[in-house]
Design a protein around this ligand. Sequence first.
Ligand SMILES: C[S@@+](CC[C@H](N)C(=O)[O-])C[C@H]1O[C@@H](n2cnc3c(N)ncnc32)[C@H](O)[C@@H]1O
Length: 280
Amino acid sequence: MATDDQIRESQRAAWTQLSSGWRKWELAIMQQLGPVAESMIEQMGGGDGTRHLDIASGTGEPGLTFARRWPGSQVVLTDLVPEMLDIATQRAQVDGLTNVEAVVCSADALPFDDDSFDTISVRFGYMFFPDPARATAELRRVISPGGRLCAAVWTRPDENPWITVIMDAISAEVPTPPPAPDAPGIFRFAEPGSVGALFHQAALGDISEWDVGVQLVAPSPEQYWQMMGEHVSPAAVALAGMDEAARQRVRARTIAGLQAFDGSGAVRVPGVARCIVATK
Ligand SMILES: C[S@@+](CC[C@H](N)C(=O)[O-])C[C@H]1O[C@@H](n2cnc3c(N)ncnc32)[C@H](O)[C@@H]1O
């Protein structure tokens, strides 16, 4: 079994590599995931004066949406990977945001004092932490009493064709056994209540969860194929290990699999995220 340090290192390497894909496909990714950010912020609450911490921010969400909503708030974006946070910082500059700073760190070792933040968000980060219970304890430490923590994860694979279309096409070429249940992976917290249990263990209260539907829209099947291979880690890793002939077979299968989601040229592939909120 991989150690926590090995997991952190392999996540760092994977996301450093994917950062250019996240930059290239920013618009489509942000459109797909925007409803999740909106829903998290609505449930977490906030306002001018709120000190907000965004964990595993990647290219900046939902922290940047929070900062835009309340220009009088103070938002700290954090991530393990400087290349992802560089994109977030550039997005903040383009938007003229002056209430945002970025700090490179791991979710389980935060360089902040106890009780420093009023709200914390973690959108699609929990599944990659080496020790999610330790990370949750760390999040609890830095949030002030009465503060709100909100996370988002993916529900079951069958509810997320936006990724299973390509992953099924890859599995038909090279069998890809699912990762061990407690190893990092996109569907690690698909089970209802699994993040809530971590929150409960960390002595957070007032826990509730709800699902949010999303849709990945690509102008054409070809663009879906390119986008997925360049920003989704299990797809990118699997495709990198194939020769060109195998990649072309996977491409053909992916494009055939998209027929069910074809809508006048553009493809619209659905998915479901689960949000979980708690109070310290
Ligand atoms: C799917 S991206 C999510 C980015 C962003 N929150 C969003 O929803 O658009 C996952 C992010 O988790 C980060 N990550 C992985 N392991 C981490 C860790 N131990 N601590 C902090 N961030 C981590 C990655 O670098 C990556 O940027």
